[in-house]
Ligand binder design. Structure first.
Ligand SMILES: Nc1nc2c(ncn2[C@@H]2O[C@H](COP(=O)(O)OP(=O)(O)OP(=O)(O)O)[C@@H](O)[C@H]2O)c(=O)[nH]1
Ligand SMILES: [Mg+2]
Length: 205
């Protein structure tokens, strides 16, 4: 009996939650951004920036945007940890790729990490939001400049957007979250993930 309810619960949950993977090289500001998103969308104040340490495991953030349940998975971006990213690709509805827009010396590293993400089969059709973070810093480049610099090939086949944000002052956070919900709702990938969850359905009692 328990397994029937558990299976049903899992089934319903997998249908309702939209999973967003937050990727990017180390120090891009992924975790700070996730904490800011939590502050903006929940009553719970996220961790302040001075209490955030480099990520080694996985941080999870659950919020609700426009009546949709979103689950963010924030992974560590240090070189030795990037091989873990692909374990999460298959289940993700969308990807947020965060870049420190104030640090051009690391754009090359960010670009090749992002290109590798985009090449992966398990992320086929996943909408992509590229964030030019740290806009509160005067040296930060705009999202247009960043887009020109990255000059990503094959992006046109994918639903994507560049957005200027600041995990410190919250610039662009609501626009980003709302765009994500909108594109995930319409994406073929979401449909595919729902069908797959449905096909697996609740197991035998
Ligand atoms: N000025 C400014 N600094 C930021 C912003 N976002 C993050 N930072 C700072 O950038 C540094 C790295 O932030 P994290 O959130 O730990 O970066 P991360 O991408 O999660 O790094 P890893 O977990 O190592 O992959 C910290 O010192 C943050 O305070 C921002 O919007 N503006
Ligand atoms: Mg982190």
């Amino acid at each position: 009996m328990f397994s029937l309810f558990y299976g049903l619960w899992q089934f319903m949950f997998s249908k309702l939650e939209l999973r967003v993977l937050i990727l990017g090289i180390d120090k891009a500001g992924k975790t700070t951004l996730l904490e800011k998103i939590k502050s903006v969308y929940t009553n719970v104040e996220g961790l302040p920036p001075d209490r955030i340490v480099p990520t080694v495991g996985l941080n999870i953030g659950r919020i609700e945007v426009a009546n949709r349940k979103l689950v963010f998975w924030d992974l560590g971006g240090q070189l030795g940890l990037r091989s873990i990213w692909e374990k999460y690709y298959e289940e993700a509805h969308a990807v947020v790729f965060v870049i420190d827009a104030s640090c051009p010396s690391r754009f090359e590293d960010a670009k090749s990490a992002l290109e590798k993400v985009l090449r992966h089969e398990d992320l086929k059709g996943a909408p992509l939001l590229i964030l030019a973070n740290k806009q509160d810093l005067p040296e930060a480049v705009s999202s247009e400049e960043l887009a020109r610099y990255l000059d990503l090939k094959k992006l046109d086949e994918r639903v994507y957007m560049f957005e200027a944000v600041s995990a410190y002052d919250g610039l662009g956070i609501r626009e980003s979250a709302e765009w994500l919900v909108e594109v995930m709702e319409r994406s073929k990938r979401t449909e595919m993930l729902r069908l797959r969850a449905g096909a697996m359905g609740p197991g035998p009692a």
